[in-house]
Design a protein around this ligand. Sequence first.
Ligand SMILES: [Zn+2]
Length: 121
Amino acid sequence: MHEYSIAQHIATILSEVAREHGKPVQAATVTVGPMSMIVPELLHEAWVAVTQGSPLEGSELHIEHVPICARCQDCGHHTESFTPFIKCEACGSLRLKLASGHELQVINADLEDSEAVPDES
Ligand SMILES: [Zn+2]
């Protein structure tokens, strides 16, 4: 299941963020591009399953959709679309450099403000 491994990937990133800051993650925002083929409902389900019993359990996952962005290497035109495309919309060139849209990125993590919680050591 595609979404399950992605959820595990996000959990790994957020666990590291939480460890780095010494605070639990309450919520996180990820961006998904149209070419990542992610079904948000399935990702939410997978997130609950993957984080169950972990420090990330109960954290919220916000999913933001981002368009595919590509720059034409011939005319420099910037094409942006939520549906996959292979040609520059300005000159029809196929020499596009994909800037985003195929990936999933963790763009934000909300950490709990837990100054009151003493270090367990
Ligand atoms: Zn072009």
